[in-house]
Ligand binder design. Structure first.
Ligand code: FNR
Length: 373
């Protein structure tokens, strides 16, 4: 179906799921155990309702904002997700081009299917900011080499992922042919090069091998100062799932945190990030003044984005939606997805009575204690 017939994110996801090879579809769509956290990530947004204000001047609504000081046309970024080439031969380049054409920000996964340099080269201009998602290697030297490499390529921040250091139980993925396990069984260390090779010959099916080299002994005391000793880039912790850890990240001096349960792909029954955001706003509003707070997981509508911003999130990340959009339609799909969100966000802002994102405040939403259909 033509792109113009895709009127919402759901349409794009459905179309892509039907088009994609089985292995790609299952890798992108899969979630932990029974997909409870994955499903609830989206449903959590539906427990929040608006208190729109009327008689406000809302012509010329401006949904732009800053993330770590870098401008984004809408408060949405591309969350780093592995192996974009499983779905489309140009893979991550579609995301980078789409981000450039629409003026949004992109976080690049450690487990890309193109090299970090190829992605940097695909930027529309040398000023286009890219952020880097880091899975820290258990060997400090290897980890430092990777950080320095992306820094020298011009990446602007390190997003340290802390919620997916060990393989999780993704049964949709497990049932698909899993060739990466063949690599593992041969005792090979899975690195992006091996991943590239696997994608090249189109024989990839499970995430298991991607995590083999992760540092599983990270701590606040040791790891954050260590990264600081290697790079001057801002550090964001991706995968904060409770109020206490949000406080610790702020105390550790991190420039940002992403409230995320990895799209429900890791620990089943991890709380939906929107509920963590709500708790954080109520229990520790000071955290929002000490560090930038972002959220990802289950975002499918402009209203979802606006609810998160009302509760203090600065930006909202999407993972699967961008993978599906680029898989089905290449960079045009990425552009179209951003346009859909932009339209929904602008409509929502005007209807709420706000003209700029800093006017989105907690008074504009309430959490209901019943679950809508
Ligand atoms: C991810 N995610 C992810 N996160 C990360 O830090 N490094 C990674 O390499 C990946 N890889 C990855 C692959 C796939 C196929 C998916 C779906 C997700 C998690 C991602 O960044 C983000 O946290 C979630 O995808 C957000 O949830 P939604 O938007 O997919 O619901």
């Amino acid at each position: 179906p033509s792109l113009s017939r895709m009127i919402n994110i759901q349409d794009i996801e459905e179309t892509a799921k039907n088009l994609l090879p089985y292995k790609a579809m299952t890798y992108y769509a899969s979630a932990a155990d029974d997909s409870i956290s994955h499903t609830e990530n989206s449903r959590a947004f539906s427990r929040f309702f608006f208190h729109p204000r009327v008689m406000k001047a809302v012509s010329g609504v401006d949904p732009s904002t800053l993330m770590l000081g870098y401008k984004s046309s809408i408060p949405v970024y591309i969350s780093g997700s592995a192996l974009a080439r499983l779905g489309h031969p140009l893979g991550e380049v579609n995301l980078t081009r789409g981000a450039y054409l629409t003026g949004i920000l992109q976080m690049v996964s450690s487990n890309t299917s193109l090299s970090y340099r190829q992605i940097a080269v695909a930027r529309g201009s040398p000023d286009q900011p890219l952020f880097f998602q880091l899975y820290k290697h258990k060997n400090d030297l290897s980890a430092a080499r990777r950080i320095k490499e992306v820094e020298s390529l011009g990446y602007k921040a390190i997003f340290l992922t802390v919620d997916a250091l060990i393989p999780s139980n993704r049964e949709l993925d497990t049932r698909a042919p899993h060739y990466l396990e063949d690599y593992e069984n041969q005792g090979k260390n899975i690195r992006p090069t091996a991943v590239n090779e696997a994608v090249e010959i189109n024989t990839l099916g499970t995430a298991g091998g991607l995590v083999a080299s992760n540092d599983t002994d990270m701590t606040w005391e040791k790891t954050i100062p260590w990264i600081r000793s290697v790079t001057k880039l801002p550090i964001v912790i991706k995968g904060i799932q409770c109020v206490q850890d949000a406080v610790l990240a702020a105390e550790a001096g991190c420039e940002g945190i992403v409230l995320s349960n990895h799209g429900g792909r890791q620990l089943e029954y991890s709380l939906p990030p929107m509920e963590v955001l709500y708790k954080l706003r109520n229990e520790r509003p000071d955290v929002f003044t000490k560090t930038e707070v972002y959220i990802d997981g289950g975002v499918r509508r402009g209203t979802d984005v606006l609810k998160a911003l009302c509760l203090g999130a600065r930006m909202v990340g999407l993972g699967r939606a961008f993978l599906f959009a680029q898989s089905a339609y290449g960079e045009a799909g990425v552009v179209h997805l951003v346009r859909i969100l932009e339209r929904e966000i602008k409509f929502g802002m005007a209807s709420l009575g706000v003209r700029t994102v800093d006017q989105l405040v907690p008074d504009l939403v309430e959490r209901v204690d019943w679950q809508p259909l």
